[in-house]
Design a protein around this ligand. Structure first.
Ligand SMILES: [Zn+2]
Length: 285
């Protein structure tokens, strides 16, 4: 049987080079076709439905879990290559392959004609502390919860000025610095409440401030998708709590490495770093 991959662009954002609509979901053949909807661009994501008799789904060679209704979630790193492939291994031993394009983005790059700041070498104590913090973050991301936030249309955790964009990067005299891994939202003050962008389970609510992230809050939205909120002044939830979209979960602050109060919101799917803007659209004016 000839199997096809159908793509439908959803939640249109101007200027991001979205994949064209090729077909309408109504025309899909559930026995043979993938359905894929989302933001097929670097830092973006897609939700899809696997063909009816799929035994195992692979994305980039790695298995992707299917919900009981065969829905799945995949996402594309900030530096994802221009082509991606989904393979459904079928119960009858056959396979269904679908290739699609990941539209490149042009990131905000700032070239600085001097070398990187010669920071002092980190102390042994800092290195030890950092190692313990990273271990906590890693362990949190391994927690896997049966939660359906990944199916939802995300909402802004707080409204304010976007003071830092995902993917932006400084290049110091030819040496690239780390790119900005999330979206910064500033309300001009500490203490502004923020809410869960989608349903989830709290996988980390750091009691004390981490060296860089400050008071860090992490939420698992299921299927490998999670949000992190950095620099909080306080948390309204604790590790293990179930949260619902729109629920008050914490307050903005400037803990950790922050020049002023803001919420740094980052989203990851597995190892892929994603652009929150592609989940929520432009900030309402
Ligand atoms: Zn930030």
């Amino acid at each position: 049987m000839q199997r096809r991959l159908f793509l439908a662009a959803g939640g249109a954002l101007a200027g991001f080079g979205l994949w064209r609509v090729r077909s309408h979901a109504a025309n899909l053949d559930p026995l043979a076709d993938f359905a894929l909807t989302g933001q097929l661009t670097q830092g973006g994501w897609a939700r899809g439905k696997a063909p009816l008799d799929t035994a195992r789904l692979l994305f980039g060679g790695r298995e992707v879990r299917l919900a009981p209704d065969r829905t799945f979630f995949i996402a594309f790193d900030r530096d994802a290559p221009p082509r991606a492939e989904l393979v459904a291994e079928m119960n009858d031993g056959g396979a269904s392959k679908g290739q699609f394009a990941i539209a490149p983005r042009s990131w905000q790059i700032e070239r600085i004609p001097i070398g990187p700041r010669p920071g002092s070498a980190p102390s042994e104590e800092f290195a030890r502390r950092r190692e313990a913090e990273l271990a906590q973050i890693k362990a949190a991301r391994l927690r896997d919860n049966a939660v359906d936030g990944w199916r939802q249309k995300f909402i802004y955790p707080v409204f304010g000025r976007i003071s830092g964009r995902f993917g932006s990067q400084r290049i110091y005299n030819g040496t690239p610095g780390a790119y900005h891994s999330g979206m910064d939202i500033a309300t001009g003050t500490s203490g502004t409440p923020f809410v869960a962008p989608a349903d989830g389970v709290v996988i980390l609510a750091a009691d004390s401030a981490f060296t860089l992230e400050g008071r860090l809050l992490m939420i698992d939205h299921g299927m490998g998708l999670n949000s992190a909120f950095l620099h909080c002044s306080s948390h309204a939830v604790k590790t293990g709590d179930r949260v619902h979209q729109g629920q008050f979960i914490g307050r903005i602050g400037a803990t950790g490495r922050a020049t002023g109060p803001h919420l740094h919101w980052s989203i990851k799917w597995r190892e892929a770093r994603l652009d929150p803007l592609l989940f929520v659209g432009n900030m309402p004016g």
